[in-house]
Design a protein around this ligand. Structure first.
Ligand SMILES: [Zn+2]
Length: 505
């Protein structure tokens, strides 16, 4: 491509692995200085001059862009919410307002001489470099159940940043052996996960075989692909990966080369990791590492754990030259100290295309963010605690009222996935007799591991749920595994239907 390295240093030649080698173990103070410098430069040379939305936000808040010098200065700006994105998207006059839109005039006004001078004399090659840096050529969408999908655009520059970020994630997850081969089981869709894994393969030069997930190839197609490709790494969502591994064990498939499983999900229960490892052991693979990741459309990046035992988590390693996380009290909006619980607020400092600043994720990190060096890998990158909960106001479905009690559905899923005697599960919330005036009913559907008595399973599921969520299920139904797999839509849905809310809206 033409001259893309010449827009340094923000757009800079991050691909040089030397940078990453130094960055990941640099002293904390140096990383903070780097992050502050990237933020300040991003705000004054990219965001304020080129983002119609944020130019308005800064002007209305009477904040001068060059007064944002450090992460601590961000508190002077208002938060950005999902509602802000939705409101802009439906307004024809504002729908592109979150996308950086440079022009020769804006560049002349905002950039220092050292950065704009080459543009003035660079001719066609420099114009092409600008186009490469700023013109969107790709898009993914949010997957909100309660609202319209929101589009997030990427420019060629952003795809390069994402590829580099995923390459670094592979390194953190120790997916960096010369013979690593990855099967990408993420659903094929205009969503971040599938493309992030694919780009990571393009950037690192490792083989990545996309199956498209259960909906595209079915269980059998996925298993055949896995057996033929002899992967060392599987990447997918926990429910589908476990379904495949269970089936692989049943069919005595050879998966003996698998060393690592990367899951596109937060806080994977140790019990589920153990069940996956047990299946893999039966397919010839021992000593498997299982890693969780955190990512969301609005960040256009993702964050990964480093290898640990199943009962520990390193937290998600953040790349501080690309991203800023603040952790706030969700009620007051005030920043909380290092290591304290709070809602994650995201600011990208390396992107073009659709950019968000102080974006409220609605994810509450239990343990917040820490700058202490990682006790597992020794990297000095900041880390986000792996246990995430939804902040109630923004994610109504995952924290829902059942029988008048607020129930954390994620917690319920955590308990059910952890149980060794449960192969599959589904939660159905409905009204008694489908009458909107009647009481809520909570039905738990489970498939038992072979050899487990249905009565004992019913009792245990009830007991575990009551102790974890204080809500007793109306009934626990034990179903045959294949029936439950069908009901979950393992081969027919992009994402399996774990929680079904049949109550009238
Ligand atoms: Zn680590």
């Amino acid at each position: 491509m033409v001259g893309r390295d010449e827009l340094a240093p923000i757009d800079g030649p991050m691909r040089r692995i030397g940078d990453w080698t130094t960055l990941q173990r640099a002293p904390t103070a140096e990383l903070k200085v780097l992050q502050d410098a990237r933020l300040a430069r991003f705000v004054s040379e990219e965001l304020y001059p080129f983002s119609p939305h944020y130019r308005r936000v800064f002007d209305e808040a009477r904040v001068a862009p060059d007064s944002i010098r450090t992460v601590a200065d961000l508190v002077r700006l208002p938060f950005t919410t999902k509602q802000d994105l939705l409101a802009a998207q439906v307004d024809p006059a504002r729908k592109l307002d979150f996308i950086l839109q440079p022009s020769p005039e804006k560049i002349r006004a905002a950039w220092p001489l050292s950065r704009k001078l080459p543009l003035l004399f660079g001719g066609a090659a420099k114009r092409e470099a600008l186009r490469y840096a700023y013109t969107p050529n790709f898009v993914t969408f949010t997957t909100g159940r309660s609202s319209e999908p929101v589009a997030f655009t990427y420019t060629p520059h952003d795809l390069e940043v994402l590829g580099e970020a995923i390459a670094r994630m592979f390194d953190i997850g120790r997916v960096n052996a010369p013979d690593d081969r990855i099967v990408n089981l993420m659903p094929f869709a205009p969503h971040l996960a599938f493309w992030a894994v694919t780009l990571g393969g393009f950037t690192t030069g490792r083989m990545v075989l996309p199956t498209g997930g259960g909906k595209v190839m079915g269980t059998d197609g996925n298993l055949r692909m896995m057996e033929r490709a002899k992967p060392t790494v599987l990447v997918g969502v926990p429910g589908f990966v476990y379904h495949l591994l269970r089936q692989a064990r049943e069919e005595r498939r050879d998966l003996s080369k698998v060393r690592t499983i990367v899951l596109g999900a937060e806080k994977v229960p140790p019990g589920l990791k153990a069940k996956m490892a047990e299946c893999l052991a039966a397919c010839g693979a021992s000593n498997v590492t299982i890693l969780g990741t955190y990512g969301f459309t609005e960040s256009r990046l993702a964050f990964i754990e480093c290898p640990t035992t199943f009962d520990a988590s390193s937290g998600y390693h953040v790349q501080p030259d690309l991203s800023v996380f603040e952790v706030i009290d969700p009620k007051t909006g005030a920043p909380v100290p290092d290591g304290a619980d709070g809602e994650l607020v995201y600011t990208g400092i390396s992107g073009h295309g659709t950019c968000v600043v102080r974006y409220r994720t609605g994810d509450l990190a239990v343990g917040g963010q820490t700058w202490k060096p990682c006790p597992h890998c020794g990297r000095t990158l900041p880390r986000i605690a792996s246990e995430l909960k939804r902040v109630s106001e923004q994610h109504a479905l995952s924290l829902t009222k059942i029988k008048g009690t607020l129930v954390d559905l994620a917690q319920m899923g955590f308990v059910l996935s952890s149980l060794a005697e449960v192969e599959e599960w589904q939660v159905v919330i409905s009204k008694k007799d489908d009458d909107p005036l009647e009481l809520d009913e909570l039905e738990i559907r489970v498939a038992a591991r072979s050899g487990i008595s249905p009565d004992a399973l019913r009792e245990n599921v009830k007991k575990e749920l009551v102790s974890a969520t204080e809500v007793a299920p109306t009934r626990v139904q034990v179903l045959p595994l294949d029936e439950l797999v069908r009901t979950l839509g393992m081969e027919t849905e992009l994402k399996e239907k774990r929680f079904v809310d049949r109550r009238p809206k």
